[in-house]
Design a protein around this ligand. Structure first.
Ligand SMILES: CCC/C=C/C=C/C(=O)SCCNC(=O)CCNC(=O)[C@H](O)C(C)(C)COP(=O)(O)OP(=O)(O)OC[C@H]1O[C@@H](n2cnc3c(N)ncnc32)[C@H](O)[C@@H]1OP(=O)(O)O
Length: 262
């Protein structure tokens, strides 16, 4: 599956019909993290080698494959919106911290579980989580203790940017019908996140792509390096038809401008 994730985001990056990606979990939980069965398969392969360097080579390959898979969310130049329900454990936290935005249901919970299985997290949480939630103290508490963080705290800490009552559109509709009071409805997460994705998809893909690429670059570089990067990028991109079209539309209050595929 980890290889498939990388391949999937490579394809989404290349697909001109795709402007935004919504990532959700199909099962009972968003993700249980590392598949213990995968780890069991690794054991005999390691046992075949006696020497530590040979064993280490196998593990390095394993770890970097997982790392690349998760980094593929950032290399995909389309915004990735993670919609998380129920449990998001271990590798799941590594995974969602590589997304552009995170939303969850009120029943969601997050756990940097790696210390509980005797390892330091190695596929992104330790690198990205401090940049996502900003509090080193909270990050360290979560990583050292492996305690569960519930949705409410995920919201206040900035791990997720909005909470939804439930996951599916169906439930949203049912609740609306039952209550007959739209304003009291807890909004379905998938519906809400798709609405945000739709809003982004109407913007210039040139502008959105440039914004994502520069945000990630700037996160990992100095302010001046980030400024240099966007200056280089925009000396080309400001010549795009999107810039002219969008600027005229804003100035003339024109609505519903459609930007062509990129
Ligand atoms: C180079 C490596 C990089 C990656 C590192 C990643 C590290 C990590 O992800 S550390 C965290 C590992 N994951 C866990 O510790 C999660 C363990 N599972 C749970 O906490 C619960 O199962 C969970 C909260 C996800 C769901 O709880 P629930 O009560 O709803 O279900 P269960 O009865 O516990 O589980 C249902 C069946 O799923 C199997 N299962 C659960 N987790 C895993 C897993 N990680 N890998 C494989 N299988 C898993 C569980 O055994 C049950 O199976 P069965 O008994 O056959 O029904």
């Amino acid at each position: 599956m980890w290889l498939e994730i990388g391949k999937c985001f490579e394809e989404l990056d290349a697909d001109e019909n795709c402007r935004v990606v919504v990532l959700s979990g199909a099962g009972k939980v968003f993700t249980a993290g590392l598949d213990f069965q995968d780890m069991l398969k690794l054991a005999p392969e390691l046992a075949e080698k006696e020497d530590v360097a040979r064993k280490a080579k196998i593990l390095l390959n394993f770890i970097t494959t997982y790392q690349k898979s998760i980094t593929s969310l950032e290399l995909c130049r389309k915004p990735v919106l993670a919609a998380i329900h129920s449990a998001c454990v271990g590798g799941g936290v590594d995974f969602i911290t590589a997304a552009d935005m995170r939303y969850s249901t009120k029943d969601a919970w997050f756990q940097v579980k790696e210390v509980d299985i005797g390892m330091a997290a190695d596929v992104g949480t330790l690198q990205r989580l401090p940049k996502v939630i900003g509090s080193e103290s909270l990050v360290r508490e979560l990583c050292y203790t492996a305690r569960k963080m519930l949705a409410a705290e995920a919201l206040t800490s900035g791990l997720v940017s909005r909470l939804f009552g439930d996951k599916e559109r169906l439930l949203f509709k049912m609740k609306c019908l039952c209550l007959k009071l739209k304003f009291l409805c807890v909004c379905s997460m998938i519906k809400g996140v798709i609405e945000i994705a739709e809003e982004i998809s109407k913007k210039s893909p040139v502008a959105v792509r440039g914004t994502k690429v520069n945000l990630i670059y700037s996160r990992d570089h100095s302010v001046q390096e980030g400024l240099n990067h966007i200056a280089l990028l925009n000396q080309m991109m400001l010549q795009s038809e999107d810039f002219a079209t969008a600027t005229v539309a804003q100035a003339t209050k024109q609505k519903g401008v459609v930007f062509s595929k990129l």
